[in-house]
Ligand binder design. Structure first.
Ligand code: 5GP
Ligand code: MG
Ligand code: MG
Length: 183
């Protein structure tokens, strides 16, 4: 769906589909150069990263494998707690592999810190992170994020894989919701 299909639910478009795809193309070129001569495994975190994964991997000028993890992060409402449970684990043994985690958004960074530590305990050759969006809260946590699409303000966003109560994931752009949606 497009911004126009959102009707009154949409407050503001933060990033258009064109901006997102353009930035993913740049990140793909950087990633391809950084991993030259190395096999990289893309690890997506369900479900929010589906669109980022699809467009990022197609922007790469060569074949790469992907795998997926699903986690649940216990927390109230729209805030995560850092207490994480694996709902779906990787199919791949990542021992000795170069892993690039593909994420939609980093807010507190607690979920991703946990995932990274969990993957590192499996003795991969390396673990790096690529996220489309990053919020300012993450500055409070010590987490090294190699590839960032956009730094955005501390607002709740939907679209391009990101949901509010499982809705709006199929919105092509990234935007904020009108207050009436939460009411
Ligand atoms: P963190 O542990 O970094 O605080 O939380 C990360 C997860 O919280 C993301 O993967 C996403 O599922 C959710 N999240 C954080 N900020 C937003 C946001 O602005 N919009 C949406 N839809 N989800 C968010
Ligand atoms: Mg996510
Ligand atoms: Mg969500």
């Amino acid at each position: 769906m497009d911004a126009a299909d959102m009707g009154a639910d949409l407050k503001e478009v933060l990033l258009t589909e064109e901006q997102i795809l353009g930035r993913l193309q740049e990140l793909a070129e950087q990633i391809w150069a950084d991993y030259a001569g190395k096999d990289v495994l893309l690890v997506g975190v369900l479900k929010g990263a589906v669109m980022v994964m699809a467009d990022l991997m197609r922007a790469l000028p060569g074949s790469v494998p992907m795998d997926w993890m699903a986690v649940s992060s216990y927390g109230s409402g729209t805030k995560s707690s850092g207490v994480v449970r694996i709902l779906k684990d990787l199919d791949t043994d990542i021992g000795g592999r170069h892993v690039l985690i593909v994420e939609d958004i980093i807010d507190s960074g607690l979920t991703l810190s946990w995932i990274r530590a969990n993957l590192e305990s499996r003795h991969p050759a390396s673990v790096e992170i690529c996220t489309l969006l990053r919020k300012p809260e993450v500055a409070k946590v010590d987490i090294d994020v190699r590839y960032v699409g956009f730094d955005i303000p501390n607002e709740f966003v939907v679209g391009y894989g990101l949901d509010y109560d499982e809705r709006y994931r199929n919105l092509r752009c990234v935007g904020t919701l009108a207050p009436a949606v939460y009411a």
